[in-house]
Design a protein around this ligand. Structure first.
Ligand SMILES: Cc1cc2nc3c(=O)[nH]c(=O)nc-3n(C[C@H](O)[C@H](O)[C@H](O)COP(=O)(O)OP(=O)(O)OC[C@H]3O[C@@H](n4cnc5c(N)ncnc54)[C@H](O)[C@@H]3O)c2cc1C
Ligand code: FES
Length: 279
């Protein structure tokens, strides 16, 4: 069992768990993920490693309540334990000296892009970050991302904080600006990553995205996380999750993410009904 040693709600329906997992804390690198299972009957879900502390033997994950499993997870408290916490999985982010790197984060990705931006900054890159959310209540860790960036811009769809609009607005302006952009890293909802890749493509700027197809085992065995990149089939859990955004078949990914919508809806309703009975 893996104990939750600290928990915090960062924004509406977005929670941070610090989990005691010394073996993973020793090996984790930016861009990797873990697969967790709350209990023996639970569904396996992947979560990106948002931070780790080798000395403390802890790994931090940040998750957004999306359906039944993440809603169940949100009810756990510090001191509770989860059955499985497997990782680190996936290929770590490619960290090198590129020049000026624009890091774009949407939704829960404000947490996961932090270690990547930090590692890139430590390598000597200039980091310009764009943080986006639907509204002010969903924003978190602005300060943390600012501390690993040379410049940070914040957008909200409804204009309740920062600049009104979506992340592709400032991204396009940066690409059109005088300073050369050498690389873009975009992490967040699939649709956001797709539009970031479409924005950068005419400028020919390499754009890395972290794909989030449905995953089960996270070790390349079930085939569930199949994606198509440059016309070649890849398994996001072992070949990724980061890929060249200009090569991704976005329509296939979006379609495959929706395969179990009915089951996911039913599962959430069952969970909500169960909770209603208990209340
Ligand atoms: C490599 C990777 C890293 C991720 N990192 C994070 C993270 O750090 N924080 C975060 O909030 N979310 C992250 N996600 C997404 C997270 O795994 C899903 O939100 C979660 O599985 C939803 O489960 P659910 O039962 O609560 O919701 P459901 O109602 O079951 O699903 C809601 C939506 O989440 C997606 N989803 C469902 N099951 C899975 C699954 N087993 N694997 C992947 N996606 C699924 C589907 O698109 C689905 O439509 C990551 C996904 C991947 C692939
Ligand atoms: S999650 Fe099973 S092959 Fe990737």
């Amino acid at each position: 069992m893996f104990q939750i040693i600290y928990r915090e709600t960062l924004a509406t329906k977005i929670h941070l768990f610090k989990i005691e997992a010394p073996a993973i804390a020793r090996k984790a690198l930016a861009g990797q993920f873990v697969v967790i299972r709350i209990d023996e009957k639970g569904e396996r879900i992947p979560l990106t490693v948002a931070d780790w502390d080798e000395k403390e033997g802890s790994v931090t994950v940040v998750f957004m309540e999306a359906g039944a499993t993440t809603s169940r997870l949100a009810l756990l408290k510090a001191g509770d334990s989860i059955a499985d916490f497997v990782g680190p999985l996936g290929i770590p982010s490619h960290i090198d000296k590129f020049g000026t790197v624009v890091c774009v984060a949407g939704g829960f990705a404000a947490a996961v892009i932090g270690p990547i931006a930090r590692a890139l900054k430590d390598k000597g890159n200039k980091i310009v970050s764009i943080l986006g959310a639907r509204n002010k209540d969903l924003l978190f860790w602005e300060d943390r991302l600012r501390s690993v960036s040379h410049r940070l811009m914040v957008t909200t769809d409804d204009g309740t904080y920062g600049r009104k609009g979506v992340v592709t607005g400032p991204l396009k302006e940066l690409l059109e600006g005088e300073e050369k952009v050498d690389r873009v890293i975009a992490i967040g909802p699939t649709i956001m990553m797709k539009f970031c890749a479409q924005t950068t493509q005419p400028f020919g700027v390499k754009t890395i995205v972290s794909l989030n197809p449905i995953m089960v085992d996270g070790t390349g065995m079930c085939g569930c996380c199949r994606v198509s990149v440059g016309g070649v089939t890849k398994f996001a859990c072992v070949d990724g999750p980061e890929f060249d955004g200009h090569q991704v078949d976005w329509e296939l990914l979006l379609t495959r993410q929706r395969i179990y919508l009915e089951e996911e809806k039913r599962s959430l309703e069952q969970w909500q009904a169960q909770m209603g009975k208990r209340a």
